[in-house]
Design a protein around this ligand. Structure first.
Ligand SMILES: [Zn+2]
Length: 340
């Protein structure tokens, strides 16, 4: 079977975005009771999914998508702490409804209420709610809740530890994922995402996070940012900084997806990074829409790139399915319940 580890609900019904507008207006004006999400019918959700993510999943031959709220709209820096909590909750509840309607096609991953400088306990509480009550299998953790000024401490800082303790206890991984950028120097999907991915990896090299949390697991999306291309630089820096070899120090706990939108990039990823550490992902419908004029195929139709890799069928099955089942044990349990 084929598991896409990286999909976003970029096509949510209009009432959802309307709630966001009302929220931000409320935060600006101050006073009064905070707005509540508007009603969205199951039919609206079905329409938004069947014409988009589900259609593409079927056309491209995937079976299950690990599904989270629209990444660029998470924007934890907007509004205030309460807005951030209500927005995360509304987004996650909507993902839970998609999963409820299509349990064989989607599994839920949550966004977190990470208003800058708000207590990490907010994120812990929402993670617990999503995993325990909504049946989610993972989360998207934003390493820079400020939206582009990188004011939060590195991911290895102890201020993040209560969140990691909850992740370990619940046995769920996190995808490192920033959101929209409020820094004009950082285009969201072209610069900010890739930079944040690369920065997270370097932070893991500098720190000792996985000595403290040997079972903690992160997915660094977008092919691991610039890391595979610069693998020699990172191995060299680990050596220079007197860190252990990356294989033991980082790569027992960190995985890269295949959201790289051309064949040479995927070829390099698979050549440099151990097959055990690669999870199939497409990030559809989302970051890069449109058809590559050089190939005639959608940029984010990444399955064809993995199919074309010079690997054994066994190794491809690890990338397509087995690694995801290992990194997301709660997904493995759901699939086993479904006799898959
Ligand atoms: Zn994404």
């Amino acid at each position: 079977m084929i598991i896409d580890c990286h999909g976003h609900y970029t096509t949510a019904p209009a009432a959802h975005q309307d709630f966001r507008k009302r929220q931000l207006a409320w935060a600006k004006d101050g006073g009064g009771t905070p707005p509540v999400p508007g009603a969205i019918g199951d039919d609206e959700i079905r329409e938004s999914i069947e014409a988009n993510q589900l259609k593409l999943q079927r056309e491209r031959g995937a079976d299950m998508t690990i599904f989270s709220p629209r990444a660029s709209a998470m924007a934890p820096h907007e509004g205030n702490e309460r807005v951030s909590q209500d927005w995360a909750r509304a987004n996650n509840d909507l993902i839970a409804r998609v999963v409820g309607l299509y349990p064989e096609n989607f599994a839920g991953v949550c966004q977190l209420p990470q208003f800058p400088n708000a207590p990490i306990a907010n994120a812990v509480a929402e993670l617990r709610r999503c995993v325990s009550e909504l049946g989610f299998i993972g989360c998207n953790l934003n390493p820079d809740p400020s939206g582009g000024s990188f004011s939060a401490p590195p991911l290895t800082d102890r201020s993040w530890y209560p969140f990691y303790e909850a992740m370990v206890e619940l046995d769920v991984p996190a995808m490192i994922h920033v959101s929209s950028s409020c820094n004009a120097c950082l285009h969201a999907t072209g610069a900010y995402y890739i930079a944040a991915d690369t920065m997270a990896f370097m932070q893991f090299i500098e720190g000792d996070l996985f000595r403290d949390f040997p079972t903690l697991r992160f997915i660094i999306p977008h092919g691991g940012g610039a890391v595979p291309y610069h693998w020699g630089r990172y191995r060299g820096l680990a050596d220079m900084l007197k860190r252990p070899a990356l294989r033991e120090h980082v790569m027992r706990n960190v995985f890269f997806d295949t959201c790289v939108y051309h064949q040479p990039g995927i070829d390099l990823l698979a050549r440099v990074i151990d097959v055990q550490n690669i999870l199939f992902g497409s990030e559809m419908v989302g970051a890069v829409r449109g058809i590559d004029p050089e190939t005639g195929h959608y940029f984010d139709d990444t399955k064809r790139f993995v199919d074309a890799l010079a690997l054994s069928d066994e190794d491809k099955q690890k990338i397509f399915e087995l690694n995801a089942r290992r990194v997301f044990p709660r997904l493995d349990a759901i699939l086993k319940d479904q006799r898959r």
